[in-house]
Design a protein around this ligand. Structure first.
Ligand code: SF4
Length: 219
């Protein structure tokens, strides 16, 4: 797969995308159980002219899959949107619902896998199948300078999206890579409840990555 920067032909996955049969079946079950939830691929959210693209793993059950906006309505979103606000990438107040009026400025948020996977664990085929939507998102961002990958699945899928080898760009917390196409990639442990409860990721560690990103984008 080759990334073609500044390719404006970007389309979100359709609501009834059926490329991943397991995920499609899971969402259909949830639509029957929770008809008021989003229960569909979650579109990216943010500023199309952003310099920063934040790439999560996949929608959370009670978060993006329920509300329809990435990282909105769950623990991971509380931490991520607090950091986004702290570092000046948003206007308005995050209210954990898509109608809270929050606007991202200079940042866009997406996911490596757009549909909720059971147990938050997409299989390799699903990650690969959804990657073209990540590629499209990256290609559409004309002002993109930096990427922030949250977790190893996001990191690895992004490296693969650029046609690069994982062994040359291994995942780690707060790793920084200058990619051959001029973009700078940052990675962090995912801001999940599990990672923060176990102190694998602290607020200081997470904010440290944002500090570097903000400094880089101001140069
Ligand atoms: S994960 Fe991506 S490719 Fe798979 S069904 Fe959802 S939107 Fe389609």
């Amino acid at each position: 797969m080759t990334i073609i920067m500044n390719n404006a032909a970007f389309t979100e996955p359709p609501r009834n995308c059926a490329r991943c049969p397991r995920l499609r079946a899971f969402l259909l079950d949830l639509r029957a159980q929770y008809p008021d939830w989003h229960n569909a691929p979650v579109p990216s959210f943010g500023d199309p002219e952003a310099a920063l693209l934040i790439i999560g793993l996949a929608p959370g059950m009670q978060g993006a899959n329920r509300t329809g906006r990435p990282f909105t309505g769950d623990w991971a979103g509380d931490l991520l949107y607090a950091a986004i606000n702290e570092y000046g990438f948003s206007e308005g107040t995050y209210g954990a619902e898509p109608d809270d009026g929050l606007r991202l400025t200079g940042a866009m948020i997406t996911n490596a896998v757009r549909c909720l996977p059971p147990q938050n664990k997409p299989v390799g085929a699903e990650i690969n199948t959804c990657r073209p939507f990540l590629v499209d998102q990256i290609e559409a961002m004309r002002s993109l300078k930096a990427l922030l990958c949250l977790g190893k699945i996001s990191h690895d899928s992004t490296i693969r999206a650029f046609g690069l080898r994982l062994k040359d760009y291994p995942f780690g917390h707060h790793v920084i890579y200058d990619l051959p196409n001029g973009l700078r990639l940052y990675s962090s442990y995912h801001c999940s409840r599990y990672n923060t409860n176990t102190k694998r990721l602290t607020e200081d560690m997470f904010y440290g990555v944002f500090t570097d990103i903000r400094a880089y984008l101001k140069r």
